[in-house]
Design a protein around this ligand. Sequence first.
Ligand code: PBG
Length: 336
Amino acid sequence: MLSVDKIHASFPTTRLRRNRRYEWLRRLVAESHLSVNDLIQPIFLCDDPRYTEIPSMPGIYRLGGQRLIDYVGEIDQLKIPAIALFPYYPKEERQENVVSMLHRENFLCRSIENLKKHFPGIGLITDVALDCYTIHGQDGLVADHEILNDETNALIAQYAVTQAQAGADMIAPSEMMDGRVGVIRHALDRAGFEKVGILSYAAKYASHFYGPFRDAVGSKTCLGQADKKTYQMDPANANEALREVALDLQEGADSVMVKPGLPYLDIVRMVKEAFKVPTFVYQVSGEYAMLKAASEKGWLDYEGCMLESLIAFKRAGADGILSYASAHTAEILKRG
Ligand code: PBG
């Protein structure tokens, strides 16, 4: 540790501004770097060839049919390594028993298959929570106002196998049930999908920053005033995040995620330092929406704030970032 006296003694010999003087020098001494290899683009799918912009997420669309293929074609061209898929179901098509999610013919599975065929080199990451399907918008099965843990695990394990059969490369459980990673790993292995990976949403907080995502997948009105605090983590807790990550790794997770992003940089750093495993961070919908809204008002510079947020994730120790701005950022990075 430098004492105040020492800092004074070193001046004027030491001038930290010298290394900030030129752009070339700032590039040389930069401690963290952001590249296209760090980025994952989340995509909302719909069973409709028309596309709709999500009002609370300007520039982000629900995509289906040829539009989806065209968009992923651009992502592929930009060399973004992977995409994370989320299906949109309107309230009328949601069910209590969510059986449709297990149909190999549903539009998520058809989209996975189609994307795999067109873009064999891009990673397909799929979510196994129930909130995209359920009438109540919760991530698990519900009985007597309780979110059922083990019953939900049994269902998402089958769902994971269905997605793997369609061509998913990596299953991303985001519903925070206890023991889900182990149950999914076992089901995948038993079905012959031992090569399909698991990216666990290990430290996922009960966050208000998910609001625009819930608009995008159609779960917001279903959820109403309810919350997810009995399974997603309390924003006050950090040690608990380490326990969550440790358990998921023991159960067979190949990589782990912290979510949301910017308000939880301390957790990203702790997880990376404690486990030294591939650690991802999700810059969630609310983080994206805040920057978009403020920039639309002329109050913030969108690109500048976005790049600053993304490099902050790298500085904290993240290996990869799920961001709605991934495609745009890849374009910026390509421009140089
Ligand atoms: C669903 C899920 C959510 C997000 C990803 N998967 C929302 C939630 O838990 O309510 C949020 C992503 C975002 O806000 O961008 N289990």
